[in-house]
Design a protein around this ligand. Sequence first.
Ligand SMILES: *[C@@H]1O[C@H](CO)[C@@H](O)[C@H](O)[C@H]1NC(C)=O
Ligand SMILES: *[C@@H]1O[C@H](CO)[C@@H](O)[C@H](O)[C@H]1NC(C)=O
Ligand SMILES: *[C@@H]1O[C@H](CO)[C@@H](O)[C@H](O)[C@H]1NC(C)=O
Ligand SMILES: *[C@@H]1O[C@H](CO)[C@@H](O)[C@H](O)[C@H]1NC(C)=O
Ligand SMILES: *[C@@H]1O[C@H](CO)[C@@H](O)[C@H](O)[C@H]1NC(C)=O
Ligand SMILES: *[C@@H]1O[C@H](CO)[C@@H](O)[C@H](O)[C@H]1NC(C)=O
Ligand SMILES: *[C@@H]1O[C@H](CO)[C@@H](O)[C@H](O)[C@H]1NC(C)=O
Length: 489
Amino acid sequence: MKSLIFVSILALAVGFWWRNPGIDEHSEVITTPYSQLPHGFKLEIDQLQIGYDPRRYGIEVLEYLKRGSGPVPFMWEDVVDRENKTDLGLYYMDQFNVTQIVLLKEQLYHHSTIPDFIPHVDTIPSISSTIKEFFSDEVPKLIKFTSKSLTSKDFEFTKQQPHSFTDPRYRYFKEGSLLKLPNLAHYDLRFYHSKLTPLDRLAILHRIVRSWFRFTNFTEMDTWLAHGSLLGWFFNGLIMPWDDDLDVQMSARAFEKLLQYNGTIVVDYNENVTLGKYLIDVNPWYGVREKESDNKIDARFIDVESGLYIDITVLSVGEVDRDKIEEESAKLTEMFKVFNPGFDQILTETEKYIQEIEIGFNKSLENKDLIFCKDYHFYKIEELTPLIPVIFEGGVGFVPSQIQNLLQREYKRKSLYLFEYKGFQFDKIRRIWKHNSIEYEYNEAMSNFINLHESTRQAPIKRQTYNSSQLIQFNQFRMEPWIRQLYNS
Ligand SMILES: *[C@@H]1O[C@H](CO)[C@@H](O)[C@H](O)[C@H]1NC(C)=O
Ligand SMILES: *[C@@H]1O[C@H](CO)[C@@H](O)[C@H](O)[C@H]1NC(C)=O
Ligand SMILES: *[C@@H]1O[C@H](CO)[C@@H](O)[C@H](O)[C@H]1NC(C)=O
Ligand SMILES: *[C@@H]1O[C@H](CO)[C@@H](O)[C@H](O)[C@H]1NC(C)=O
Ligand SMILES: *[C@@H]1O[C@H](CO)[C@@H](O)[C@H](O)[C@H]1NC(C)=O
Ligand SMILES: *[C@@H]1O[C@H](CO)[C@@H](O)[C@H](O)[C@H]1NC(C)=O
Ligand SMILES: *[C@@H]1O[C@H](CO)[C@@H](O)[C@H](O)[C@H]1NC(C)=O
């Protein structure tokens, strides 16, 4: 009883920071990110935890290391809460063995079961320093990031692609659409648990993309924001609130590094509460570089708690099947626009004009300057390089150099100046997308981030050449769903 009263009082107190009644727009949810709470509140949140604790797994791995024996807990049961997963999801989960665990903190710690499922531990200087490092305090950092130049070599595969052209090929990644539930199309079936509210979905995507930035920084893989995520960066450095997933691209060379992590669970332990567990899953048919609508995604970085993910696509040089591009007029137009940005504004497409584009296209292919993904988005390497470091969702990642050009090609010119979409309005003062009937989160840390983003946004857009920049990495500023749930129950 006593503890019940304590919890109610706490809930009242917490309710205050949780939902400030002073704001009149009913869809705005004011939060205080965990990292900004006073220490007392943090401890109380920690004490409130009963039963399942999403932070537990990383601690268990460390405790295992401390003991130095016994099997590394790699079974799905240890990694994933299997309760309430769909039967089909569980079936697909059991078709897949985790091969390696990577813990992410100041360094990258590998725990591998390869070869022969013998526990094998790399890069552990000492267990005590590792444990100390994992639980020491975390403050926002000023980080120096350097731009990266890419050349056509970066877009060539060097290794034989193991599963190319094996038959039969089927859709490798299994989303909810297989259950004929189109609104679950953006969840990996294996980890789908329940449909998330928009607020929770954004909070999870926030965590996923930050972990991806950290993971690829440590492993030195070249990756950058693409498609809808790049458009989100352009507006306010945040995920578009109507997006269900994230999009990044990688060079072929970087992808070959990622390949070594296929079947890996990445445990990100950066901030005390920010535990995320992600599966790296690489499509066995990434080597088929022509359009296959079922397998256009080359890999995914999947949050095993929720089934949300980052779609990873590779850009590579190589043969292009012209007939396949011509099957889809939108792709053909996009490709033509690489060689003439005003292509679709020309009223009469004369033979001569098309031929000029053809010449440019042929030359670019010949020079290994034309790169593309399996969904036939085409780029010239000079449009991507150098990759420019920027802040996105509070983390530090990269964008291609000709951001505006690429966005206009993909989304039409006006989309960059469109301030209403799907019932959302862009508030130009606060620089956030709002919706009258869909809850959106807002807080001070987010506002600070948006302001910093706005003040650093112009330089990359105007392509001022700079080789390095000081960027501030923010602590997580969206509320983790499991903390939210503790207070809703
Ligand atoms: C699983 O589903 C049951 C029935 O819908 C529900 O009572 C229970 O709370 C769910 N468990 C979790 C962990 O969500
Ligand atoms: C997963 O590993 C177990 C042994 O640890 C093995 O029996 C099983 O065949 C493996 N499954 C797959 C899909 O490789
Ligand atoms: C992380 O946890 C440690 C130990 O519980 C605590 O001393 C530290 O203040 C926490 N850091 C943050 C950023 O909350
Ligand atoms: C990126 O990795 C380097 C080491 O490879 C590390 O010193 C640096 O702190 C990392 N940056 C971030 C943001 O994690
Ligand atoms: C990645 O691992 C999964 C599970 O073992 C496997 O099905 C898939 O073929 C692998 N991908 C590649 C490119 O080897
Ligand atoms: C471009 O290359 C293709 C195939 O190599 C060739 O058939 C075509 O004539 C070339 N077009 C031009 C305009 O040179
Ligand atoms: C930036 O880097 C390029 C090549 O990486 C180099 O040529 C140039 O001198 C550098 N500029 C500055 C200001 O350091």
